[in-house]
Ligand binder design. Structure first.
Ligand code: RIB
Ligand code: CA
Length: 313
């Protein structure tokens, strides 16, 4: 089976970094066409820098990295240094990138790639706020039907919010963008907190990263050592939730995940519940099913896959 051709749209972020590493470590299943950075966990200048740091950590300075939107469609940027540290990649000490940032804007790269590649051949993998995706769809509505699938990390239902009582961070930062993407008609797979909070880097799993004895293994162990503080404190979690790697793991082993096709709509009108993913899990409305909402993961299988693949870098 030929690899899935993808664009990763990202706001690194330690968990974004692990998702990118997993993609780069899986060339039989994933062909990474490019990375578009978006403002989210930290401002765009840092997310564009961090994406390149991760590519060079993986020994892949050839990957094309583009800077996308520096602010949400209609709101001031909210960042998450309290979770990811001031660099966005706190934990390991990694060298500044030497590979260049591409000249083209990330949104132009998304549009140009979808227009140039055969319809239905490119999958979009957003790991941060959906600003770049919505901007591309606004500027070039013709590309929407050319998207094979959108596999994104964002939202929550049973787990409710991690940035407010109602909203998950990626959706909260740019709810207008999320509302437009979820209403676009594209084939969407959602990795919400409901599943990502089941992918916890326990001590044993972190030790397995270190036991790889590689630069990548050590760097990932240090990233998740840093990144777990927030969730341990807030949720009493038994380790860092690997939110974004659920997206790239799904492309490699979809059988590790289970979910339900349901209607998901985004709250944009209320300050109290802005960015809430209103997921009709119990199908109490007749609103159209517009997303596969993932609720569970085989966590041991997920970490076995991740550790094996990281060991290949
Ligand atoms: O809420 C978790 C999401 O927000 C993850 O994608 C994390 O990287 C941050 O972007
Ligand atoms: Ca992210």
């Amino acid at each position: 089976m030929s690899p899935r051709r993808i664009i990763i749209d990202t706001d690194p972020g330690q968990d974004d970094a692990v998702a990118i590493l997993l993609a780069l470590a899986s060339p039989d299943e994933i062909e990474l066409l490019g990375i578009t950075a978006v403002a989210g966990n930290v401002p765009l200048e840092l997310t564009a820098k961090n994406a390149r740091i991760v590519c060079e950590l993986a020994g892949r300075p050839d990957v094309k990295v583009f800077a996308g939107c520096e602010a949400p469609l209609a709101r001031p940027l909210v960042t998450a240094e309290h979770v990811h540290g001031k660099t966005g990649l706190d934990g390991p000490v990694l060298p500044d990138p030497t590979m260049p940032l591409q000249e083209r804007h990330g949104v132009d790269f998304i549009i140009d790639t979808l227009r140039a590649e055969p319809p239905g051949s490119v999958t979009l993998c957003p790991l941060g706020p959906l600003t770049n995706i919505a901007a591309a769809f606004r500027r070039a509505p013709d590309v929407i039907e050319r998207v094979a699938q959108i596999v994104l990390m964002g939202g929550a239902y049973f787990e409710v919010g991690n940035i407010t009582p109602a909203a998950e961070f990626n959706i909260y930062v740019d709810p207008e963008a999320a509302a437009e993407v979820f209403a676009s008609g594209a084939d969407i797979v959602v990795m919400p907190l409901d599943v990502t909070h089941k992918a916890l880097v326990t001590r044993a799993r972190n030790d397995a990263f270190r036991a790889l004895g590689t630069r990548v293994g050590e760097a990932v162990a240090q990233m998740t050592d840093f990144f777990e503080r927030f969730d341990r404190e807030k949720y009493g979690s038994d380790g860092a939730p690997l939110h974004d790697p659920c997206v790239t793991a799904y492309l490699v082993r979809p059988d590790l995940f289970t979910g339900r096709r349901i209607n998901v709509e985004i709250e944009t009108g209320s300050d109290l519940t802005r960015g809430m993913t209103v997921a009709d899990w119990w199908r109490v409305t007749d609103r159209p099913e517009n997303a596969l909402f993932i609720g569970d993961v085989d966590a041991d299988g997920f970490f076995a896959l991740l550790t094996d693949r990281l060991g290949r870098l």
